[in-house]
Design a protein around this ligand. Structure first.
Ligand code: SIN
Length: 293
């Protein structure tokens, strides 16, 4: 197999398509390093025309770190680390249909996610991505300084509690509700990338609930400003899926949004989510949040 990757940028702020690699195969360390370098440079990378069995997707993902088992979404029976993201024609709600970065509610949040398209609708169902490094870089020096001194509290409680929107029914996905209150973990608001050092904002509308040491009411105006700012069109790219497409994004510096614009059609994806190697957690693990009233 040729091991020369062709990398083509797809938008100004982030995103690149990679050609010349069949990720279903056992790849050399050199190719894995080249893919990792492309991810570091472009924040989200795309592959086309892949054919992945569950075993092959798990094997590819595991080259980048230990794989996460989602605490609230059931994995495949034989592959608990492989999550099936399915919207049936009769479902109203899709999974991931709002800006977020995966798993920021964990003590050690995921570094990346690898999503493979098994079946896509005839039209619609694209995914948007937004560079949180570009969002950080566009802020004024004064606000950057303020944010660098802050940490934020993340929780899955809104998304995965009985009242949360992810807990509403999708016919083919088993969402386990958080028992009682899901944990609250504190992470820096500005996260230097552990491999490139490039700084990115690390708050998101799905899971960030307040600044550490601030009340939710005090936090809301600044969080609302950031949530608006971080999705400015110039920081985004849009990926149109075809069967066999793969997207691999960096959760530490990218938000994503699965568009829900294909009523009456089926969309079926499979995702593995890559955790940090314990020794490479740049921010240190998050710590449990203390209550503020
Ligand atoms: C997700 O949030 O991981 C789902 C993204 C998608 O289905 O496009």
């Amino acid at each position: 197999m040729s091991e020369t990757l062709k990398i083509r940028r797809t938008a100004g702020a982030l995103g690149a398509e990679i050609e010349g690699v069949d990720i279903s195969r056992e790849l050399s360390d050199r190719v894995i390093a080249a893919i990792r370098a492309a991810l570091n440079a472009h924040q989200v990378i795309f592959f086309r025309d892949q054919q992945l069995t569950p075993d092959q997707q798990v094997r590819f993902g595991a080259r980048f770190g230990p794989l996460n088992i989602h605490p609230y979404v059931a994995g495949m029976t034989d592959h608990p680390e492989l999550m099936e993201i399915i919207k049936e024609p009769q479902d109203k709600l899709n999974f991931g249909g709002g800006w977020h970065s995966d798993m920021s509610f964990l003590e050690r949040p995921a570094i990346g996610s690898i999503l493979y398209a098994v079946e896509i609708p005839e039209w619609g169902g694209d995914t948007l991505f937004a560079s949180q490094a570009a969002a950080y870089e566009a802020l004024s020096p004064g606000l950057k300084r303020t944010l660098e001194g802050l940490k934020a509290v993340h929780s899955a409680n809104r998304e995965y509690s009985a009242a949360g929107h992810s807990a509403q029914k999708r016919s083919s996905m088993a969402i386990a509700e958080a028992e009682g209150l899901a944990g609250e973990y504190v992470h820096p608001v500005v996260l230097p990338h552990p491999e490139t050092g490039r700084k990115a904002l690390y708050v998101n509308p799905a899971f960030t609930i307040r600044f550490d040491g601030w009340t939710a009411r005090e936090s809301k105006p600044l969080l609302d400003f950031l949530f608006q700012h971080c999705r400015y069109e110039a920081f985004t790219c849009r990926f149109q899926w075809a069967k066999g497409s793969v997207a691999f994004w960096d959760n530490r510096s990218v938000w994503h949004f699965a568009l829900n614009d294909y009523p009456g059609q089926r969309r079926h994806m499979r995702r593995v989510t890559v955790d940090p190697w314990p020794e490479t957690m740049a921010t240190g693990a998050g710590r449990r949040a203390e209550a503020v009233s």
